[in-house]
Design a protein around this ligand. Sequence first.
Ligand SMILES: [Zn+2]
Length: 61
Amino acid sequence: MNNTFVQKPKIVHTKSISCDGGGSSGHPNVYLYINVENEITCPYCSQKFIFNAPKSSTPTH
Ligand SMILES: [Zn+2]
């Protein structure tokens, strides 16, 4: 269960997020903004965030 330095990408539904490293072994809370490639990597803990638009309203009919 040692996932040292192996971080799963975290799916987020907003382009402005914050990261604190995940609690006790974390870092000061920082705000990150998803870039045009729909992803961002936290410079502190290398946690990767992937933007996934909410698929709630798709009136395609
Ligand atoms: Zn972080």
